[in-house]
Design a protein. Structure first.
Length: 230
């Protein structure tokens, strides 16, 4: 029996709003079929909380608040104290809050904030160099679950069939994951892993925010081909 906390079967398709949060990008994401919008605050040069909050309120879709750390793929370095300020200012307007497991200096604060506000919590792990061994991956998942994550997100560079199998095996064992193989070798995972139970498929709107990322429109098209609907 799978272990986890989030029982949703049909995967969400998240449109990643990167670079800036322009109304035309939000409209394009919705027109492409995005169920939810990931607000990648770390990719914005201008990070005025009032402006971002206004855009989130008027987005027309639920949002994932992500302020990615530089070491796990954030575009700009934002000191942890500033990240925490942004989380406090913007979390009230999000449905999901994403925080990296490695952000130990602010992890507890963001977890507590999410719970206090009644937000869904995504605990994430990104490795752009490799896919760790099965034991290490399982340890990461268990740590996320211990922090009461609604979803544990695992995104790793997938270079061969062994990497692909290790990532897929997590979805066989746990029911609370979003798993992504990054890079050319993992591109198929963005379509196939949702069939195994991966909760959120992330797609670009203008430019890819991660290696191998497909557009929302491409993901939706492939879902229809491979029978995944909803």
């Amino acid at each position: 029996m799978k272990k986890g906390t989030d029982k949703r079967r049909t995967p969400l398709t998240a449109g990643v709003i990167a670079g800036s949060i322009k109304p035309q990008d939000v409209k394009k994401a919705i027109a492409s079929g995005a169920d939810i919008l990931e607000i990648r605050v770390d990719t914005y040069r201008r990070r005025n909380p009032d402006d971002i909050a206004r855009a989130m309120r008027g987005a027309g879709r639920p949002t994932i608040l992500t302020i990615r750390s530089k070491k796990e793929g954030g575009r700009f370095h934002i000191p942890d104290d500033k990240r925490l300020e942004l989380f406090n200012a913007l979390a009230p307007f999000a449905k999901y809050v994403d925080i990296e497991l490695s952000s130990s200096a602010i992890l507890k604060n963001v977890v507590d904030l999410s719970r206090r506000l009644g937000k869904k919590l995504i605990i994430s792990y990104h490795n752009f160099k490799k896919t760790p061994g099965g034991k290490e991956l399982t340890g990461i998942v268990k740590k996320g679950i211990s922090l009461r994550a609604d979803i544990v997100k695992i995104a790793c560079a997938a270079k061969d069939a062994g990497d692909f199998r290790r990532l897929a095996s997590l979805l066989i064992a746990y029911d609370c994951l979003s798993v992504i193989g990054m890079g050319r070798g993992g591109k198929a995972s963005r379509v196939l892993f949702p069939a195994l139970g991966s909760k959120i498929a992330y797609g670009s709107i203008t430019t890819a925010a991660a290696p191998g990322q497909m557009s929302v429109r491409e993901i939706k098209k492939e879902f229809k081909r491979f029978y995944i609907t909803g």
